[in-house]
Design a protein around this ligand. Structure first.
Ligand code: TYD
Ligand code: MG
Length: 426
């Protein structure tokens, strides 16, 4: 191939000398990559969130509040990886060997064949990795590893442990799952300080008193961050929920303050029931409680209802809840929150042919219903459950069969609404 002539270096310039052996940039398409095959965890929902299983030599941080099920999930994954013929190691600084064994007994026979190391120091873990060469190793938790010359659980200790583990994991091709406790506020020394060091950050969340749990990727160097796994905590460990919509709205009946939200969780449509309660109060300022939806979005929706739909809530407590203890983290939830609150306030159920009303859409500050992605898939999911009328923003291009487009919150609540119930609610 002919050499492309570079502009001649200006006199006094620091052009590379002719024939020099400096590094030569190459087009990315010619860069060699090692495509090592991933290790399936045997838990489909976990594999999906990871982007298709664990990448050998990678570091995964699994965070979540105490008691949410991190140890259970990690223990189950190791059991399945071991059953597939790989060496695995479970390092527990959180619990005694006996406690880990008792959990494994609940999870079944395969979990008992996982090797474990109790009361670990960083040094002993590094030595075990060298000698055992496991394919996957769980550190439960990264905050409990003893590190020389650092206070246990301090940011310094957690960072030092992680850097040392990272070096060893890459060198030996061990996949490491670091478990980290995160408080409700998302703080605590460890996990946040590690996010930039690890390849993948998973967050396990849900209401501890409820059985549903969601697993999200907040960062993933090897896949999308939008995927969400849904689990249910049962007697024998975590069970994957294959059809979450059926779980969340299978039983939903029209009632004042209830509406079905067609949400998207990653690439999956998910129907959830959004409930609201509006109660007169003397308290100033009145209470606003949001469970499962963002507090700030609720505040915005209430302001828009007041300003653009004439619904006054200044002397009422407002509670909004996503049934089943699941969290929806998307702007498309706004319209459902607004309609649930309006319905609760008017005391009238929103329904079509005896079925709950379904909707989706973001609400803008001027009261407009804004476009959100995947309208067609949201509507299709609703229709799968016999919810044939879905309120939502006008589609960007082609009309969506079954979608009743509404341009503003006012239109959604009044004559633009498809049902008499809605008209009465306004
Ligand atoms: P755990 O995994 O210990 O939570 P974390 O490591 O995040 O602190 O488990 C949390 C809860 O799950 C615990 O209260 C007991 C319950 N659980 C079950 O309901 N079924 C089971 O099979 C197991 C193993 C635990
Ligand atoms: Mg634990």
């Amino acid at each position: 191939m002919e050499e492309v002539s570079a502009p001649a270096p200006r006199s006094g310039g620091r052009g590379r000398p002719r024939g020099g052996a400096g590094p030569k940039p190459v087009p990315l398409r010619d860069v060699k990559t090692e495509r090592s095959s991933r290790i399936g965890t045997g838990i489909a929902e976990l594999d999906r969130v990871l982007g298709g299983g664990l990448v050998p030599g990678s570091l995964v941080l699994l965070g979540g509040a105490p008691g949410i099920g991190k140890s259970t999930l990690a223990g189950m994954a190791l059991a399945k990886i071991a059953a597939a013929g790989h060496a695995v190691l479970y390092v527990s600084g959180e619990e005694s060997a006996g406690q880990v064994r008792r959990r494994a007994e609940r999870l079944g026979e395969a979990a008992l064949s996982v090797s474990m190391l109790a009361e670990p120091s960083l040094e002993s873990v590094l030595a075990a990795l060298e000698s055992e060469r496991p394919a996957a190793c769980v550190i439960d938790s990264v905050q409990t590893l003893a590190v020389p010359d650092a206070a246990p659980g301090s940011v310094g200790a957690v960072r030092e442990a992680t850097s040392a583990l990272l070096e060893t994991a890459k060198r030996l091709d061990v996949t490491l799952i670091l478990i980290g406790h995160v408080t409700k506020e998302g703080s605590l020394a460890g996990p946040r300080a590690l996010e930039h060091l690890v390849d993948c950050v998973l967050h396990f969340e849900g209401e501890r008193e409820r059985t549903f749990r969601t697993l999200r990727a907040l960062k993933n160097r090897f896949g999308a961050t939008s995927e969400v796994g849904v689990f249910e905590m049962r007697q024998g460990g975590l069970v994957e929920v294959q059809d979450p919509s059926a779980r969340f709205v299978g039983e939903a009946r029209p009632a004042p303050g209830s509406v079905v939200l067609c949400a998207m969780e990653g690439t999956r449509p998910l129907l959830v029931e959004v409930q609201a309660l509006v109660a007169t109060t003397e308290i100033v300022p009145p209470r606003r409680t949001a469970t499962g939806v963002d507090r700030n979005r609720l505040a915005l929706v209430l302001a828009v209802l007041t300003r653009h739909a004439g619904i006054s809530l200044s002397s009422a407590d407002v509670f909004v809840n996503v049934a089943g203890g699941i969290r929806v983290d998307e702007p498309g939830a706004d319209l459902a929150v607004a309609l649930a609150v309006a319905s609760a306030q008017s005391g009238r159920a929103l329904e079509t042919d005896g079925k709950p009303l379904a909707c989706f859409g973001e609400i803008g500050l001027t009261g407009e219903i804004r476009y959100v992605a995947h309208g067609d898939r949201r509507v299709a999911e609703a229709r799968k459950f016999g919810l044939d009328r879905v309120l939502g923003p006008p589609p960007a291009d082609e009309p969506i069969s079954g979608l009743f487009p509404v341009g503003s919150i006012k239109a959604a609540l009044s004559s633009g609404g498809p049902t008499p119930a809605l008209r009465r609610a306004a």
